[in-house]
Design a protein around this ligand. Structure first.
Ligand SMILES: N[C@@H](CCC[C@H](N)C(=O)O)C(=O)O
Length: 310
């Protein structure tokens, strides 16, 4: 069987995209691993299937029913898989690339203020284009699984990366998928970090976690005169390994650094907008009213073809 695919990326977090507009493609973990394989396959950090939300519901995923009940216009669903074949709830860079893919298929129109509402395993997500042509996604509500104590103390976990003699304190952040954020003292220690091995997290997260290692940078003043926070980040993704970028990870990192900043802020305003530098580029994270967070950044489709791997 041959299958058409498109390759896309958001700040070099790259994906194999499949348009399953009839919703009849059965994608097993082994097929996902092959498609994502950088030597034997097409290559990617993940595989994204665009399918009708109704078909995902018929296949037994309750969340797709909930998506349609909450937003009947969310007729397309992002079925996201990590490169190791595992299923993930959410992918921030993936949502932007999904929107670009849907536009290329004529399934969405984001011109002139148009919006795309799509289904994901973390619920409905809405994408628009901002003034710079970046894709801006309302990533929905976020939370600190450690609750008030974690917000107060700024930590609820410990991370031990390869080469460290002692663990560092870390903060868990939920963006629909799990994250653990740890601060490093300077850019040299971030650049020199060995992420070929997954950092150890304690307590062990029951469903695994994505680990973001961050260094806060000097803030700048935005065009509107308000402060813009900055940070640099590397990430070890659950189900993948080190990637060049992680959208939900960028949100988690900004939210963690903001939580830490709130502790020492005194009367100094803590930014609601953050520029996050990742090895693959830069994304913007903004706090929205109602406890939501927005992720904005580029999305590129780079080539299409046919494969017999599925
Ligand atoms: N790269 C993604 C996150 C993909 C899922 C993650 N590896 C997980 O298992 O939770 C992003 O841009 O958010």
């Amino acid at each position: 069987m041959t299958l058409r695919f498109t390759k896309g990326h958001g700040t070099k977090n790259d994906f194999v995209l499949l348009a399953d507009t009839r919703g009849d493609l059965e994608l097993g973990a082994e097929q996902v691993r092959l498609l994502a394989d950088r030597r034997a396959g097409i290559g990617g950090d993940g595989v994204i299937r665009l399918a009708p939300t109704a078909a995902v519901a018929r296949a037994g995923e309750r969340v797709a029913d909930e998506v349609l009940a909450a937003e009947p216009e969310a007729i397309w669903f992002m079925d996201y898989r990590n490169a190791d074949g595992s299923v993930a709830q959410m992918c921030g860079n993936g949502v932007r690339v999904f929107a670009a893919f849907a536009e290329s298929l004529g399934l969405a129109d984001l011109s002139d203020g148009g919006e795309l509402a799509l289904g994901t395993r973390a619920g409905v997500r809405r994408v628009r284009k901002d003034a710079h042509g970046w894709y801006a996604v309302d990533m929905g509500p976020w939370s600190l699984p450690g609750g008030d104590a974690a917000a107060r103390d700024g930590l609820d976990a410990q991370v031990l990366a390869a080469g460290w003699s002692t663990p560092r304190p870390a903060l868990s952040v939920d963006l629909g998928n799990p994250h653990t954020v740890v601060a490093l003292p300077d850019e040299e220690s971030l650049a020199g970090l060995d992420l070929t091995v997954a950092p150890r997290v304690e307590p062990v997260p029951p469903e695994g976690t994505n680990v973001e290692l961050v260094v806060p940078l000097e803030e700048v003043t935005g065009a509107d005169g308000r402060p813009v926070g900055r940070l640099r980040m590397r990430v070890h993704e659950r189900g993948v390994g080190e990637t060049q970028s992680c959208g939900t990870g960028a949100c988690a990192a900004a939210l963690a650094v903001r939580t830490w900043a709130l502790h020492g802020a005194g009367d100094v305003p803590v930014p609601d907008v953050w520029s996050v530098e990742v090895p693959g580029g830069e994304v913007r994270v903004s706090l929205l009213p109602g406890g939501h967070v927005e992720l904005a950044g580029p999305a590129e489709l780079v080539f299409s073809g046919e494969t017999t791997l599925v």
